[in-house]
Design a protein around this ligand. Structure first.
Ligand code: AMP
Ligand code: GLY
Length: 421
């Protein structure tokens, strides 16, 4: 098979690494890719947000299967353009990607499906939103309805904080994403993520994970896209997984199908496990998490190509995952200053001294090859990933690799996995 992966982060490097292990993979192209994907696959400099351009490229290159990484590409309708051209594609339609692109859409689906989630209300104007917050009090959660690159959610511990967030959003701080807001009940508990493939009808879980959103050790500092992750998430017990599949995931898939917009891809189910031992939905994403994908791929390996292909060909009911009793962890190395302003272009040394195999991999998130050097080219730059029989073993392996990487312009958390260890 000739395979094209769209995206340029650590998630896409991990997908490429796993897919390439499958003997069915003949040719592998990652567009636009990064220095890490360039070392294991071809890269292509095409406009991945332009459906026509992607279709043209895929046709010219005789691509058999396209895997879409990030949500922005899905929201741009690229998967629809590919399917319309008869090209097998993994990733939901633009209509189904609304499950991530619109918070109020997801809430309406949950209500229609009877899926447990936080109580909510949507507002399109400032005054009634402010009155509602005054009436509800704090803590309370304010969310921009649209895609805001992870910046659209404020968990307000005080009423003032919630009112200030509303002022900002209606003032246009997040552009059109904040033109309407969802105000939600604040849920309390332990957060975990569940990744479930769906071909529009059937579902198949492919792993659980927990990430670390804050920049610094001890969950201090600003929110980030994720500073590390591990899989499995011990708090997502088999009993809670069944509850989530029965009460949240399958009803959502059924509701999407009923509306004529079946969800075909991976549903990233963000959950809050509350004191009563049950989970409620925090949010959906319509793609693999980054860096959660890195730990899932480390555990799944080459079978992931068979799973994604079966998903795209609507025969997921014939598939099963071959699980190993293993654990994986990924430590994000980010540029100093991230998630605020940071410099690009610093040289990363020591990567050549690392062993890379089925238990140890450094996935590149934001890197570039610069003559003889690998340089930093983003906020989150490397995902140092390892697998072990226990989480502690995986953690020790990952941090041993981190210590070999010589990059003074970067930083990492030293406590990834603490909650489960
Ligand atoms: P999101 O950007 O939608 O992933 O949300 C960011 C984070 O906000 C989530 O991972 C949760 O930690 C938190 N969050 C979102 N909604 C709620 C809620 N209703 N109650 C408590 N925390 C929430
Ligand atoms: N790690 C969070 C995300 O991918 O949205």
């Amino acid at each position: 098979m000739n395979i094209l992966i769209l995206g340029s982060g650590g998630r896409e490097h991990a997908l490429a690494w796993a897919v390439k292990q499958n003997p069915k993979c003949d040719r592998l192209i990652v567009a636009p890719g990064n220095a890490g994907t360039a070392a294991i696959a071809e890269t292509a400099d095409i406009d991945v947000m332009d459906g026509d351009a992607v279709v043209r490229f895929a046709t010219e290159q005789a691509i058999d299967f396209v895997i879409v990484g990030p949500e922005a590409i899905l929201d741009a309708g690229v998967s629809d353009a590919l399917r319309a051209a008869g090209i097998l594609t993994f990733g939901p339609s633009k209509a189904a990607a609304q499950l991530e692109a619109s918070k109020s859409f997801t809430k309406e689906i949950c209500d229609a499906a009877g899926a447990p989630t936080a109580a909510w209300k949507r507002f399109d104007a400032l005054a009634p939103a402010k009155a509602y917050v005054a009436e509800q009090g704090a803590p309370i959660v304010v969310k921009a309805d649209g895609l805001a690159a992870g910046k659209g959610v404020v968990v307000a511990m005080t009423e003032d904080e919630a009112q200030a967030a509303l002022d900002d959003m209606f003032d246009g701080a997040l552009g059109v994403a904040g033109a309407s807001v969802v105000i939600e009940e604040c849920m309390v508990g332990e957060e975990a993520s569940f990744f479930v493939l769906s071909d529009g009808t059937s579902i198949l879980p492919v792993g659980t994970a927990q990430d670390h959103k804050r920049a610094f050790d001890g969950d201090e500092g600003p929110n980030t896209g994720g500073m590390g992750a591990y899989s499995p998430a011990p708090c997502l017990t088999p009993a809670i997984q069944s509850q989530v599949l029965d009460e949240i995931v399958q009803p959502t898939i059924d509701e999407m199908a009923k509306r004529g917009t079946p969800f075909e891809g991976v549903l990233y189910v963000g959950l809050m496990i509350e004191a009563d031992g049950r989970a409620r939905l925090v949010e959906y994403n319509v793609r693999f998490g980054d860096p959660e994908c890195q730990v899932l791929m480390m555990r799944l390996g080459g079978q992931v190509l068979d799973l994604l292909q079966a998903c795209a060909e609507k025969r997921l009911d014939q598939m099963q995952v071959n699980w190993a009793e293993d654990h994986a962890i990924t430590v994000v190395m980010a540029a100093n200053g991230y998630p605020g302003a940071y410099a690009k272009g610093s040289v990363i040394k020591g990567l050549g001294d690392l062993v890379e195999d089925s238990r140890n991999m450094v996935f590149h998130a934001g890197t570039k090859s610069d003559s003889n050097n690998i340089t930093a080219n983003g906020g989150r730059v490397l995902n140092v990933t390892a697998r072990g029989d226990t989480l502690a073993e995986a953690r020790d392996r990952a941090y041993a690799a981190v210590s070999v990487i010589d990059w003074p312009e970067g930083f990492n958390r030293t406590d990834i996995g603490w909650r489960a260890l």
